[in-house]
Each structure stands twice: as structure tokens, then as C-alpha cells.
Design a protein around this ligand. Structure first.
Ligand SMILES: *[C@@H]1O[C@H](CO)[C@@H](O)[C@H](O)[C@H]1NC(C)=O
Ligand SMILES: *[C@@H]1O[C@H](CO)[C@@H](O)[C@H](O)[C@H]1NC(C)=O
Ligand SMILES: *[C@@H]1O[C@H](CO)[C@@H](O)[C@H](O)[C@H]1NC(C)=O
Ligand SMILES: *[C@@H]1O[C@H](CO)[C@@H](O)[C@H](O)[C@H]1NC(C)=O
Ligand SMILES: *[C@@H]1O[C@H](CO)[C@@H](O)[C@H](O)[C@H]1NC(C)=O
Ligand SMILES: *[C@@H]1O[C@H](CO)[C@@H](O)[C@H](O)[C@H]1NC(C)=O
Ligand SMILES: *[C@@H]1O[C@H](CO)[C@@H](O)[C@H](O)[C@H]1NC(C)=O
Length: 416
């Protein structure tokens, strides 16, 4: 997982386009009509002293959102409303992300709330989400970062479901994990496909292969497990972060198969084209809500944020305060690829909303498990004497940063 990132020049995206172009155009005509409703609602709410977002989830927030980029904002320390759940109380917490359980003492990483500049994020309401998911499937598809977001989502809703009315199961050789809220017949699932397309890293447990190979044109083996979902949340980035990838045309084991090395950005684009072509043909955009979670940043090199060279996120307890900070491990070129693929898909009639969490997560150098997680292999003497060598600066402690991604996802699920 923790590949050495190829050195690459950083080009900070100074794009001034808003994220919500999609919503804007879709709802442009609605806006006029809704504005009237909103003004009336607003006056009503002001008189009632009610919270804007909570009470007016249906109509007004569409307008709110069309002028609000929720991904631009700041972190606010807020130990009243955050964390949204307690680590110990989440039945399905993962030992990979349970930082408090594994000895972390500074717990302020649980208390940061994302505050967009121009609007508020609606308060997460587990019951409302389960109602929305009644008889439906919400499926996260991707790598371990996406799995972390799935666990966060399960933790966010499961406390409001009594033990007898929830279940967790795994099928498809361990690739598909399913949380069910039985009373609602609602399921929140995770499907392991770290590169989205087929690869030799598709085994959900044994995926550390020395030479990674990707079948860049093949996705059906995975897609058949989630094509009929009602809400799909994809990600893929970290596993591509190497200068070139071994690409296979043909099947594994086929003597006539063709292998070739393809550069990082190009092979990423090929895979995402395969993915988007699949969606175009197999997914009904009026039935299914689609999301793509942008790159999750890593904090493996402290000198990038002005720290000591050779250090990483180990022992970090504060946020990065430099405005628009962007690390060297998150490639704007890769984000451009995603943007282009989504744009093309939209022109062909299918809208995938990007959850643009890269920038906001960049500030959170203290949010990673570091050494406070379960270690799968016993530590060596050398590691023990120098803890930073085994610090995980990729994943995110829970409760923590991934909860915010889900608060944003929640907002879009209701407002799209
Ligand atoms: C996502 O955010 C980055 C950095 O804030 C920005 O450069 C990029 O244009 C945004 N992309 C989309 C699709 O909103
Ligand atoms: C919240 O943080 C403030 C400031 O650090 C502290 O004084 C207070 O005790 C905290 N409250 C809770 C409930 O943790
Ligand atoms: C949460 O949503 C449910 C169902 O929509 C609603 O009955 C309840 O009042 C909401 N709770 C809060 C705190 O807004
Ligand atoms: C339960 O949810 C599934 C989707 O997860 C759906 O296919 C099925 O029809 C639902 N069952 C009922 C009785 O509505
Ligand atoms: C599980 O793995 C076996 C052997 O690799 C394969 O034949 C089978 O199709 C897989 N099942 C599913 C549901 O993916
Ligand atoms: C797509 O889904 C909508 C809403 O469920 C339905 O009305 C429509 O017939 C579907 N279109 C196709 C081509 O299946
Ligand atoms: C990021 O990488 C570039 C290219 O290798 C390098 O010039 C630059 O100094 C790096 N920035 C930081 C802060 O490490």
C-alpha cells in the first residue's frame, strides 16, 4: 500500500470553477421557483428560530448548495457536536482505525468539524438516512480508504439500530461486506476493488503482490456485484501512485496475453474510461446516485509542511494552518483525469458527483493512525526503537476525517 511516490512537480490547481456546476445546471430552472419557496420558508424559520438546514432539507438547501462550495472552508474545533459517535461504542469499528483503543492519548482529532465558508453542512441524522435507504443498497467501491469511509458510515448509523435489528456479513469470497439495518431493509456495503478494474490485487486479504498487474479493460467481474445499487460511492487513487503500471490485455494465465508497462497518469485514465463506459451502459442515472471520492492525501514527509526532514505524521497533534496547503503526494494531474472522465460522462447523460475531499483532508496531518492501530505483522526491534518507521500516515483514525466525508456525502444524498 505505502508505495514510494514518484517525484512529480506540483501544480496547484488554481481553478476558480465551483464544484457545483452539475447541480447548478440541473437545478437552474428549479432555482427560480424554489427561491420563492425559500424566502417564505426562511421568514418562517427565522420566526420559529429553527435551524436553517435541519428543518428545510427538501427545497431550500438545493438553492443554498448551488451557491455554496462545501469543499471550501475551514476546520473548527468543536467538542460539543464532534465526534458524532464514540469509538468504543461502534460495534463494527476496525482495529486498523481504532486509534484510541490502540493507545493514542491526544484525542482532539475527534473534535474537528468542517465548516464551509458559505453555508453549513446539514446535521447528520441516522434515522433520516436509513429512511432514505429503505429497501435500498448504498455501496462503497474501492480501496482501504473507501473501506474506512464505509466503516465510518456504518458507525454513524448503527448506534441508532438495536442489536437484534442489524447484521454484518461478507460474501463473494470476502470482497463484499454488507451491513444491514433489518427493520429498514437498508444495506450499506463495501466492495473491495482497489483499482476499480480487475487486477492481481483483488483478493481482499492477500493483495500485497510484488509485481502489480492490472487488466485495464476488465471491470465486469467486480461490477456485477454492485451494478444494481441505488447509491454508489467510488474511489481509486493510491494504488496507482507509482511511475508505471504493468498492464495486461487478455486474461491472467492466458499464454497469448499481452503485457506492457504504462505510465501512471495514462493507465489511470484508461482504467477510469473502462469504469465510466461500464456506468454509461449499465447504470440508470435517474435511479442511481453516483459519487466519486477524490484523492485522500497522505502525510509521509514532514518537510512538505515545514516539518523536520525524515519525519512523517508520527507525533503530529495539530492541523496544518497554511491556507490551501497541498502535499507532494497528491497529484493534480490525477485529479484532472477524474474531472475529465466525469465531464465526458456527464455530456453522455450520466452525472457522477465528485466529493472533492482532497484539499480539506490535506490540513489533517494529525488525523492518521500513526502507530496507534493493530499491526498485522509483529514489529521488529528496529521498528520498535524507531516508531516513525511503522507509522501509518495514509488511513484515518475513527471517529475522524472520514466522518466529515460522510457528512458531505449525506448532504449530497439528500440534496442532489
Ligand atoms: C477540487 O478541489 C481542488 C482543490 O481545492 C480544485 O483544484 C479542483 O478544481 C476541484 N475539482 C472539482 C471537480 O471540484
Ligand atoms: C472542550 O474543549 C474545551 C477547550 O479545550 C475544554 O475546556 C472543555 O472541557 C471541553 N469539553 C468537553 C466536553 O470535552
Ligand atoms: C431525524 O430524522 C427523523 C426521520 O426523518 C426525524 O423524525 C427526526 O426528527 C430527525 N431528528 C433530528 C434531531 O432532526
Ligand atoms: C430489500 O432490499 C433489496 C435491496 O437491497 C431489494 O432488492 C428488495 O426488494 C427489498 N425487499 C423488499 C421486501 O422490499
Ligand atoms: C470465489 O473464488 C473462486 C476461486 O477463485 C471463484 O471461482 C469464484 O467465482 C469466486 N466467487 C465469487 C462470488 O466471486
Ligand atoms: C430509469 O429509472 C427510472 C426511475 O426509476 C425509470 O422511470 C426509467 O424507466 C428507467 N429507465 C430505464 C431505461 O430503465
Ligand atoms: C515537491 O516536489 C518537488 C519536485 O520534486 C520539489 O521540487 C519540491 O521541493 C517538493 N516540495 C516540498 C515541499 O517538498
Amino acid at each position: 500500500m505505502a508505495n514510494k511516490a514518484p517525484q512529480q512537480e506540483i501544480v496547484l490547481g488554481n481553478s476558480t470553477t465551483t464544484n457545483n456546476g452539475g447541480i447548478r445546471s440541473t437545478f437552474q430552472s428549479l432555482v427560480l421557483v424554489l427561491t420563492t419557496i425559500v424566502v417564505v420558508t426562511a421568514i418562517y424559520l427565522t420566526q420559529e428560530g429553527g435551524e436553517w438546514f435541519e428543518e428545510s432539507i427538501s427545497s431550500s438547501s438545493i438553492v443554498e448548495e448551488s451557491k455554496c462550495n462545501m469543499f471550501k472552508g475551514k476546520w473548527v474545533f468543536d467538542n460539543i457536536t464532534h465526534p458524532l459517535y464514540k469509538e468504543k461504542e461502534c460495534t463494527y469499528m476496525s482495529d486498523q482505525l481504532a486509534c484510541e483503543k490502540f493507545g493514542r492519548k491526544d484525542l482532539s482529532y475527534q473534535n474537528w468539524r468542517w465548516q464551509p465558508h458559505q453555508c453549513d453542512i446539514p446535521r447528520f441524522n441516522a434515522t433520516a438516512l436509513l429512511e432514505r435507504l429503505r429497501n435500498k443498497r448504498l455501496v462503497f467501491v474501492g480501496d482501504s480508504l473507501n473501506r474506512g469511509q464505509w466503516i465510518s458510515m456504518v458507525c454513524l448509523v448503527e448506534s441508532s439500530v438495536p442489536p437484534a435489528l442489524k447484521s454484518m456479513s461478507t460474501i463473494a469470497n470476502g470482497s463484499l461486506s454488507i451491513f444491514k439495518a433489518i427493520e429498514f431493509n437498508a444495506s450499506i456495503e463495501f466492495y473491495w476493488a482497489p483499482l476499480l478494474v480487475e487486477s492481481n490485487s483483488d483478493d481482499p486479504t492477500n493483495h500485497r503482490v510484488p509485481d502489480r498487474t492490472v487488466r485495464v479493460n476488465s471491470i465486469q467481474k467486480h461490477a456485477k456485484h454492485w451494478t444494481d445499487a441505488d447509491i454508489l460511492v467510488f474511489n481509486t487513487f493510491l494504488w496507482w501512485r507509482r511511475s508505471a503500471m504493468n498492464v495486461l490485455w487478455g486474461s491472467f494465465g492466458d499464454p497469448d496475453a499481452v503485457y506492457k508497462k504504462v505510465g501512471m497518469v495514462r493507465v489511470y485514465e484508461m482504467a477510469l474510461r473502462t469504469w465510466s463506459d461500464w456506468l454509461e451502459v449499465h447504470v440508470n442515472g435517474s435511479k442511481t446516485q453516483l459519487f466519486f471520492v477524490s484523492m485522500s492525501p497522505t502525510h509521509q514527509r514532514a518537510h512538505e509542511w515545514g516539518g523536520v526532514k525524515g519525519e512523517n505524521c508520527y507525533k503530529e497533534t495539530d492541523l496544518i494552518t497554511q491556507e490551501d496547503y497541498w502535499g507532494n503526494g497528491t497529484f493534480p494531474s490525477m485529479m484532472r483525469v477524474v474531472e475529465n472522465v466525469l465531464e465526458d460522462l456527464k455530456s453522455r447523460g450520466l452525472n457522477v458527483q465528485m466529493l472533492n475531499i482532497t484539499q480539506l483532508s490535506e490540513y489533517r496531518k494529525e488525523g492518521h493512525p500513526s502507530i496507534y492501530r493493530k499491526q498485522w505483522e509483529p514489529l521488529t526491534e528496529e521498528q520498535i526503537s524507531n516508531p516513525k518507521t511503522y507509522a501509518d500516515c495514509i488511513h484515518w483514525c475513527l471517529p475522524g476525517v472520514s466522518d466529515t466525508w460522510n457528512e458531505l456525502l449525506y448532504a449530497y444524498i439528500f440534496h442532489q
